[in-house]
Design a protein around this ligand. Structure first.
Ligand code: SAM
Length: 229
């Protein structure tokens, strides 16, 4: 875990987008945030997930859930596990809440904010069953590569949160980021690759908005499936 000072001044892995809420987004927050929202702020320490979900169940973390296509579909297909989706972008969270309500999900909570402080502080070591990072911001310019979320320091933190045997699943349509993911995940000694290099696309991962964009632009899609040793 970084020291307290660097936690307060860490490099952000996302861009603040100025998008305005439409009325339907405000309505979703008004009616559904009490059900799906996780109220937590840096400095508040560990979260009691058994209390939050009202049961003891394996916990899955998705970082950067976007408009929630994967979170809602995967949460609905896998109701025996609880899912914590983390996203900074409010309109995306509103969409996810609408999707969750349509499917009657009770196994989803959403944290609105930067995932990193949550990782450092709120989650217990070896408490996660799976970590998902789908189509993370690619930060294409070389000088911005330090903003990429899949980098050694964050992967080490995330792996520390996975239980032995837990799954670390990433996907991207950006070839040089895919190579970076493969290099960084392979170099993390507490993780092992379940495939030779890139994994076949698992059937349970639905197509998301950013994946569609990549496919439309003619880019290849890469999945990486690692397991905690
Ligand atoms: C390119 S989008 C992909 C969204 C979605 N996974 C998909 O496949 O359509 C990446 C998302 O990750 C979010 N994100 C990036 N860094 C984050 C962080 N540290 N904490 C929470 N969300 C983050 C961004 O706000 C953005 O919505």
């Amino acid at each position: 875990m970084p020291d307290e000072e660097s936690q307060h001044r860490h490099i952000l892995t996302f861009n603040f987008r100025q998008g305005r809420n439409k009325p339907r987004h405000d309505e979703a927050f008004a009616s559904l945030w009490p059900r799906y929202g996780l109220e937590w702020a840096p400095g508040e320490g560990r979260i009691d997930f058994a209390k939050l979900f009202g049961r003891e169940a394996p916990l899955v973390l998705e970082i950067g859930s976007g408009n929630g296509e994967a979170a809602a579909a995967m949460g609905a297909a896998d109701r025996d596990r609880d899912l914590l989706a983390v996203e900074v972008y409010p309109q995306g969270i509103a969409d996810l809440m609408d999707r969750a309500e349509e499917r009657g999900l009770t196994n989803l909570r959403i944290y609105q904010g930067d995932a990193l402080p949550l990782l450092w502080e709120a989650l217990a070591p070896e408490s996660l069953d799976e970590v998902r990072v789908y189509f993370p911001d690619p930060w294409p310019k070389k000088r911005h590569h330090k903003r990429r979320i899949i980098q050694p320091e964050h992967v080490r933190t995330l792996s520390g949160l996975l239980r032995p045997g837990g799954v670390f699943h990433c996907a991207t349509d950006i070839a040089d980021y895919a190579d970076q993911m493969l290099e960084v995940l392979t170099a993390e000694p507490t993780l092992e690759n379940t495939a030779e290099d890139f994994a076949p696309r698992p059937d349970h991962r639905p197509v998301t908005k950013f994946e569609r964009r990549g496919v439309k632009a003619g880019r290849e899609i890469f999945d990486l499936l690692f397991r905690k040793r």
